[in-house]
Design a protein around this ligand. Structure first.
Ligand code: SF4
Length: 764
């Protein structure tokens, strides 16, 4: 089924609407007195739904945006689609794609692993496929490749604004797109034509000068920056690259750099439109996109004199190869110092396994350069001393490197090609080479290296580096090996030095698509006749029921079930790990609700008393018991409730279990918005000290202000940010007190609350 040609691409839906974007931007520029803008601002502001009405200020203004496209991976797509189904729309408002990549386990090799993984997850894959066919989404089936590589090859474009339900979505910034990793509920906003909100990010400018050389590769730019910025340094910022050095980089190399911007917490990363992007677009059958971009080249670069909130300069000519880790991506060590670090820490001088590829580093350039090293080993009659695995990012890459001979050479040194999927990068890796919990070192060209991530073994030290260094060090089998200074031993026992890697950025004979059955058409039409079948007995999938409408008047008799003390992140509210398997089943995943929360009244985690029975139980159990009794319940929480991630389950589960209101000392903003989207009213204490007054077992007998809010009447003490709600509370002993609380509901959000959820509101 391998093919050498892919039918001509239809670029109509993958070319950003440049004329409209430029005209929108002109409106915003007028409001901003024509001050010069960074590229990040130009792309974001040109996607405003209300370009005439806002005067964006970085770090302050909330932008209402219309993304151009959505991409979802198989784990997070489940709840996104289940929610989208509630919108009752015949198709998605913007082109959307689903990628089956995270659920595929790497073990013996591509063919067998794929068969096993499809069998184990067929219910999920069938569900995703039928939803894609019904709504006209592009379905990339298991084995087709990893979401970010597929997006780069098919959908990313300069100036595009894209949302992806995966944190490494910024990979598309290598092709000049603003691509942001979000939770499923945000993706549903874009698919259901609900404006998507983002606080205008600040912009870090990275000025690149010089040119990479020798053993240094694009990966080293971001490994070096991760060390400088740390895992939090990019929070609330977009990282924008500029300077003469960018003209020396390949498009896929820029993708690698943007991909790993997620490791410093950046909202996204991007490069301006340059020639290598145009070459890449042509090579991947998207000449018309390249030409349209060329005609709008001024729009696709920062304005002269644009101001960055911070600038870091990196001279590519002086940059050293880096190795980052273990256990955190910002522990950056230049190669020349690494052997010293290994000795100082007393780590065993052994590379147990080397892994190359993944969404971060599986471009043609990466594969060609590592092959130039493997070829030298083959010529000297040696193989990799470490286990050696290759994860192609897409079927197109897999087929092209097979045709061009790279695969054969990599296999000759002992390489095993795994399926075109995430596999070992996301813990979907069955290792046969390790005794239980043995401390060992692996080198990967991936992007993350938290403990347990790759093989579930907390004593596996994962070091992140370039694919070139992974390959060289795997050949030597030594963690202290430095290919710039240390020789390898050939089959006859003689020393030889590896020559630095080299390779082509793009295949001289063009890409081939490989198995064409993996490639969906460029334009997928919806088919309303398709039934989305979800087995009612399934433990992994469950069709969602729309939530009921919000209150028409004041709330009455809200039971305070729990007062939470201290940190309560989205992980405390809806844990991951083993619960991931239930991401598509709200009832089942709701068993983990608040299971990490500390009850302030009894100092116990996930233990709360049912005031009606006097019995203690887990929080989700008592929530369900109250719900069965028809008693709405609330939780009182501490500061920054819901920090951590955009995980929509953390909001969905509370609403599902019957919680219509949460009263916090303060909220993490994304979670606060997620609560509003699911029809939960988030309130904060006007005086945070009042948190002390309230306890589980209290009852909010009535509220004052909710009726005005839902009726659209002005409240007594409204401010531009929101208004006041009074809570009349009764303690179990009958004593009464009043709490002054604040809401931050905008007009749109009140409509969500009235209708019961943002999706209900979208349905009208
Ligand atoms: Fe995420 Fe790894 Fe898959 Fe990339 S390869 S999408 S980082 S799990």
């Amino acid at each position: 089924e391998a093919s050498t040609t892919r039918p001509a691409r239809d670029c109509t839906r993958i070319t950003p609407p440049y004329a409209k974007l430029v005209s929108n931007l002109e409106k915003v520029k007028r409001v901003l007195d024509n001050r010069p803008l960074t590229l990040s601002e130009k792309i974001l502001y040109s996607h405003l739904t209300n370009p005439e009405e806002v005067k964006p200020v970085r770090g302050q203004t909330y932008l209402k945006l219309s993304p151009d496209r959505v991409a979802m991976q198989d784990a997070s797509a489940q709840m996104a689609i289940l929610q989208f189904m509630l919108a009752g729309m015949p198709t998605t408002a913007v082109p959307s794609s689903i990628h089956c990549d995270h659920l595929i386990v790497g073990h013996k090799g591509a063919e067998q692993d794929l068969v096993n993984s499809i069998e184990n997850n067929k219910e999920i894959f069938n569900f995703l496929q039928s939803a894609a066919e019904k709504y006209g989404m592009s379905f990339w089936k298991p084995g087709s490749g990893i979401i970010h590589q597929i997006v780069l090859e098919n959908y990313a474009a300069p100036g595009l604004l894209m949302l992806g339900t995966d944190s490494h979505t910024p990979n598309a910034g290598g092709l000049g797109a603003i691509a942001i990793g979000v939770g499923g509920a945000d993706a549903v906003d874009a698919m259901a034509n609900i404006p998507w909100e983002l606080k205008a990010p600040e912009v870090i400018g990275i000025k690149l000068t010089g040119k990479l050389n020798g053993w240094t590769s694009p990966k080293d730019v971001i490994l070096h920056l991760a060390g400088k910025l740390t895992v939090r340094g990019g929070t609330g910022h977009i990282i924008e690259y500029f300077g003469p050095g960018i003209d020396t980089l390949s498009c896929s190399g820029m993708g690698t750099i943007c991909n790993m911007g997620a490791e410093v917490g950046a909202t996204t990363s991007l490069f301006p439109f340059v020639n290598s992007m145009s070459s890449y677009l042509h090579a991947t059958g998207r000449g018309p996109v390249a030409e349209a971009a060329r005609q709008h080249a001024n729009f696709l670069r920062a304005d002269e004199g644009a101001h960055y909130d911070k600038v870091i300069e990196v001279n590519l000519s002086d940059l050293e190869p880096h190795i980052n880790g273990p256990f955190t991506p910002d522990l950056a060590t230049p190669l020349s110092k690494f052997a010293e670090v290994v000795k100082k820490n007393g780590w065993k001088d052994e590379v147990k396994v080397g892994l190359i590829g993944s969404c971060t580093n599986s471009s043609y350039e990466d594969m060609d350069r590592v092959t130039s090293l493997a070829k030298q080993a083959v010529e000297k009659g040696i193989k990799s001393k470490a286990g050696f695995f290759i994860t192609p990012g897409s079927e197109q890459i897999r087929a092209t490197i097979e045709r061009d001979g790279q695969t054969g050479v990599l296999e000759q040194v002992g390489g095993v090609v795994l399926a075109n999927a995430c596999g070992p990068c996301i813990g979907q890796w069955t290792r046969d080479d390790l005794n239980d919990k043995e401390e060992n070192a692996i080198l990967t060209s991936f992007n993350r290296n938290f403990k347990n991530r790759n093989d579930g073994n907390a004593t596996t030290m994962n070091f992140l580096t370039s694919p070139e260094l992974v390959t060289a060090m795997s050949l030597s089998g030594k963690l202290t090996f430095n290919p710039l200074t240390d020789p390898l031993i050939d089959a006859s026992g003689n020393e030889f030095m590896l020559q630095p890697p080299y390779g082509d950025n793009l295949p001289q004979n063009g890409f081939i698509p490989g198995n064409l059955s993996y490639t969906p058409p460029d334009i997928s039409q919806p088919n309303p006749a398709i039934q989305i079948n979800v087995d009612p007995k399934s433990t992994r999938l469950q069709v969602l029921e729309p939530f009921g409408p919000g209150p028409v008047g004041e709330f009455e008799n809200l039971q305070v079930m729990l007062k939470v003390k201290g940190k309560c992140t989205t992980d405390h509210i809806s844990a991951a790990g083993p619960w991931l398997k239930y991401k598509g089943h709200l009832e089942n995943i709701a068993h983990n609700t608040l299971n990490g929360a500390l009850n302030a009244d009894n100092e116990q985690v996930n233990v709360v008393k049912n005031v009606f029975t006097g019995k203690e139980g887990a929080i989700h159990e008592v929530g369900r018991e109250y719900q069965a009794l028809g008693k709405p319940w609330i939780v009182v929480t501490d500061h920054n409730y819901g920090e951590g991630s955009a995980r929509e389950h953390a909001a969905l589960q509370m609403r599902y279990l019957g919680c219509p209101l949460i009263l916090a000392r303060s909220f993490a903003r994304i979670h606060q918005t997620n609560l509003k989207k699911q029809g939960v009213l988030p309130l904060t204490f006007a005086d945070p000290a009042d948190w002390e007054k309230m306890h589980g077992g209290d009852v909010i007998e009535s509220t004052e202000g909710v009726a005005d809010l839902v009726a659209g009447r002005p409240g007594k003490n409204d401010t531009p940010e929101g208004g006041e709600i009074l809570l009349n509370v009764r303690r179990p002993d009958g004593e009464k007190y009043v709490i002054k609380a604040l809401h931050t509901m905008s007009k749109d959000q009140v409509e969500w609350f009235r209708k019961g959820s943002a999706l209900n509101a979208a349905r009208g």
